[in-house]
Design a protein around this ligand. Structure first.
Ligand code: HEM
Ligand code: HEM
Length: 157
């Protein structure tokens, strides 16, 4: 049995998008100084795409609850649950940063206020980075598991 088309489409679209979101966060956003003229745009795209991906994952979960789908057991089941949990924790810590440093006014409304000089001091930053790291490890485990046998990969293509 294969996953329903809606779940497959959302899975692959989000799978492709999560990898640049993680790499962009670690290697681009994090290393960019708050005074960098591109930082506001970079943060704007990061936050908007992040919310979009989480919404798509939520839609996938709703489809999952309503339509027949393959069942998982053992480690795969727990990795999938942990993946869903991390995906939903990303915006929780993300919005903690947004509200505690008023990033919505700075980034989206462009009110002219400067970004905090040290972004890593914003409440929620540590948890956002820690969840992203956990997600990276889980995705690596997930990819390794998915390629273990052909039956598993066929269910998602
Ligand atoms: C799809 C989910 C998301 C992923 C995979 C992701 C990933 C990342 C990563 C890897 C970092 C760098 C962490 C570090 O410095 O250790 C980061 C930074 C950040 N993210 Fe996200 N993020 C996501 C969603 C969001 C959302 C929804 C928001 C806000 C609404 C957000 C706001 C931020 C902010 C404000 C930073 C700090 C940038 C800086 O240090 O200059 N993220 N994100
Ligand atoms: C190239 C990367 C990826 C590959 C090859 C891949 C492959 C697969 C395969 C084959 C399945 C079906 C597993 C089964 O039926 O036992 C699956 C399910 C799943 N994948 Fe991925 N995946 C990738 C990336 C991702 C990413 C980035 C995420 C989330 C951040 C993710 C989250 C999930 C979840 C939650 C399921 C379980 C679906 C469900 O039962 O609701 N995958 N993946």
């Amino acid at each position: 049995m294969r996953y329903p088309l809606a779940m497959r489409l959302i899975h692959w679209f989000t799978a492709i998008m999560f990898i640049p979101m993680l790499a962009g966060g670690y290697f681009w956003l994090r290393t960019m100084a708050s005074s960098d003229p591109f930082k506001l745009d970079a943060l704007m795209y990061h936050m908007a795409i992040g919310v979009f991906l989480v919404t798509l994952t939520l839609i996938r979960l709703v489809v999952r609850l309503r339509v027949a789908h393959p069942e998982n057991t053992g480690l795969a089941l727990w990795v999938h649950r942990a993946l869903y949990a991390c995906v939903f924790l990303m915006p929780v810590s993300g919005f903690t940063m947004v509200f505690s440093a008023r990033l919505n006014d700075i980034v989206f409304a462009r009110n002219g206020a400067p970004l905090p000089e040290d972004m890593s001091m914003i409440t929620g930053h540590f948890w956002h980075g820690a969840t992203a790291l956990t997600l990276t490890v889980l995705i690596a485990l997930h990819i390794a598991g998915a390629f273990k046998d052909r039956v598993t990969i066929r269910r998602m293509i």
